[in-house]
Each structure stands twice: as C-alpha cells, then as structure tokens.
Write a protein that binds this ligand. Structure first.
Ligand SMILES: NC(=O)C1=CN([C@@H]2O[C@H](COP(=O)(O)OP(=O)(O)OC[C@H]3O[C@@H](n4cnc5c(N)ncnc54)[C@H](OP(=O)(O)O)[C@@H]3O)[C@@H](O)[C@H]2O)C=CC1
Ligand SMILES: CC(C)(CO)C(=O)C(=O)O
Length: 304
C-alpha cells in the first residue's frame, strides 16, 4: 500500500515508521524545517514495542512529487488541519483516501465538507509519544492502538485492506464499523485527561490522589457523554467507567500530549478540543460548565 503521512511529528513519525517496518511504501509529506531534520537525522523510534530506524526516510515538501497514494494519514495538530487542505485535495483528486488520526471531532466534518464525504475515513489513536530534540520518536506507553473504520459504505474495501496491512505491522488496532462512537469515546476521554492534566500542570498520579480533582474529571466525562447524545451518538455509563478505568490504569507519570506541549512551551490544542466541544454544545443548547471552566483556565497558556 502507498501511504502518505502528513505531519511527521510524534504520531506521524511513529505510525509511518511502523507501516514502513510492515512493508508499506511510506512517504512523509512535511514542511521545510522537518525536511532538514529528516535529511540529517533520519527517523528513530525508541519504543517498548521494539526500536526501529529509517536512515533515509522518503519525504517530500511538495505534494506534486507524490505520484500515487492509496491512503493519507493526517497526523497534524487540530490547529494545522486547515493548512493541509490543498495537499489533501491534490491527493484525494488522484484517488487517495484520507485517514485523520488526530484528537477531536470538528476536523472530521471540516475535512468531509472540503474533500467530499467519500474520501474521509474515521480514525483515532491511543499512544503516548513525543519527539526529542533530534526529531526522534520517544514512545513511552506500552500501547499504540490505531482504530479506524468507514464513515461511508463506499469505504469498506480500503478499511479491510488497511486492516490486512495492520496485521503485518507491529501496530495494535483494528477496523470497526462503529468508528463514530469510538471517535466520540476518545473525544470524551481526551477532553477530560488533557483538560485536567494541563489545567493542573500535573501528571495523572497526583491528580488521582485528590477526590475533589477526580470529581472534576468525572464531570468532564459526563458533559462529553451528554454532548455526544445530543449528536445522536450513544456513550453508555459502561463507556464512561471504561474511560475512568483507563485513567486508573495509567502509570503515575503518564500525561496527555497537550500537557506535554504545555511543558515544552508549544501551542496548545485547547481550542480544537475543549473549544470545539463548547461550540458544538452551543449549537444544540447543551450546558458544559466544567468544560468551559477548564477551557478558561487553559486558554491563557494556548500560545505561551
Ligand atoms: N503525541 C501523542 O502521544 C498523541 C497525539 N495525539 C494527537 O495527534 C495529533 C498530532 O500530535 P503530535 O504528533 O503529538 O504532534 P506533533 O506536534 O509532534 O506533530 C505534528 C506535526 O505536524 C506537522 N505539520 C503541521 N502542519 C503541517 C503541514 N501543513 N504539512 C506537513 N506537516 C505539517 C508539524 O510540522 P512542523 O515540524 O513543520 O511544525 C509537526 O511535525 C494531535 O491532535 C494530538 O492530540 C493523539 C494521541 C497521542
Ligand atoms: C491520552 C492519549 C495519550 C492517548 O493516546 C492522547 O491521545 C493524548 O494525550 O493526546
């Protein structure tokens, strides 16, 4: 399979490397700065699932240099999705499917509106990864789940093909017919986890010790459950409990990518995640006081 990765950051470099390891033809579509780094440093992945390196990764900065793509993985931050649209248009016009795996929900309808519904698959990932100063991937969780599935009936074949490829790689994950529900469940989880870790500037360990702080997490999860319901997606109490169990199971030092970005002084995805939920809530008359509070607390650090 010819796979293009847009955004060779932590997520893109990790999954791109694993697909390369599994035998796919992987091209990274990157911007100038990252291109220079890939040229001089290559890609290295340090991971509990096994290290991997690509000394001379195939990368381009100009989409017209890509002659064919079956699938494009969109691995940029929420606030950079709009900037990928022209590249994605060029690739989908030549037959590629687009699989966004970033956090959040708003980008899905945005991509569908601009690229056409048939081109956009549903996707998400569970992994904890970051880039070091050499642009090498530090994968620190023992999980690396890539969940995807068709949002339109026309997409079943490409999803089955991707599922077959996935089995040849070292990536965990699966093709699901319930990708919309999975997207909302991840959105619920990430808004609570990234919200509480970033707002408190703490990893999950100390947060778990305080009943009052865990209560906020509980309220954030339930607000997202109510919002999903307003968009006709059923998140059950068991799903909320599963999210809480995930938080209970993380090591003390585990934290969200947004909190890692805060620590590094990078732009935060708070508008895409919490801001997006608040916009969706306003559109359907749902109240989200805890989410609004978390958003307000984090917002001054968005471009710190
Ligand atoms: N890191 C993690 O553990 C996880 C992250 N996520 C989600 O995945 C998404 C990506 O996160 P992450 O990988 O950490 O982010 P990073 O900041 O590490 O990577 C994003 C990359 O996108 C690149 N980029 C931005 N715009 C473009 C463009 N127009 N063309 C090509 N490349 C572009 C950036 O390049 P440049 O270097 O040029 O700025 C950067 O390398 C986020 O939504 C995050 O929430 C989800 C699960 C886990
Ligand atoms: C919660 C986690 C680590 C799971 O993948 C994540 O998505 C993030 O922090 O952005």
């Amino acid at each position: 399979m010819d796979i293009v990765i847009i955004g060779a950051g932590a997520l893109g470099a990790y999954f791109g490397s694993r697909f390369h390891e599994g035998g796919a033809n992987v091209t990274f579509l990157v911007r100038e700065g990252r291109a220079k780094q890939l040229k001089t440093k290559g890609i290295k992945v340090a991971s509990p699932k096994g290290d991997y390196r690509i000394d001379n990764p195939k990368y381009v900065t100009d989409v017209t240099e890509i002659s064919h793509a079956d699938l494009v993985l969109v691995c940029v931050k929420g606030y950079h999705v709009q900037g990928t649209i022209n590249d994605l248009k060029s690739l989908t016009e030549n037959g590629a499917y687009v699989l966004p795996i970033l956090n959040g929900i708003e980008h899905v309808s945005m991509l569908q509106d601009q690229l056409g519904k048939d081109s956009v698959l549903g996707g998400l990932s569970f992994i904890i990864a970051t880039l070091n100063e050499d642009g090498h991937v530090i994968h620190s969780s023992d999980f690396d789940n890539l969940i995807f599935g068709p949002l339109e009936p026309t997409q079943t074949t490409i999803c089955k093909e991707l599922d077959e490829l996935l089995k040849k790689t070292n990536i965990s994950g699966n093709n699901t017919d319930a990708i919309l529900t999975e997207l909302w469940k991840k959105y619920m989880f990430i808004n609570a986890f990234s919200g509480i870790t970033t707002a408190t500037n703490l990893s999950i360990g100390p947060i778990r010790k305080e009943a009052e702080t865990i209560r906020i997490v509980d309220m954030l999860l339930h607000e997202m459950q109510t919002l999903a319901k307003a968009y006709k997606v059923k998140i059950t109490e068991e799903d909320v409990e599963e999210a809480k169990n995930k938080l209970r199971g993380l090591p003390d030092e585990a934290t969200s990518s947004m909190h890692q970005d805060l620590r590094k002084g990078m732009t935060l995805e708070v508008d895409h995640l919490h801001g997006g939920a608040i916009r969706l809530a306003k559109a359907v008359g749902v109240e989200m006081p805890y989410t609004e509070t978390i958003y307000g607390v984090i917002k001054p650090f968005e471009n710190a």
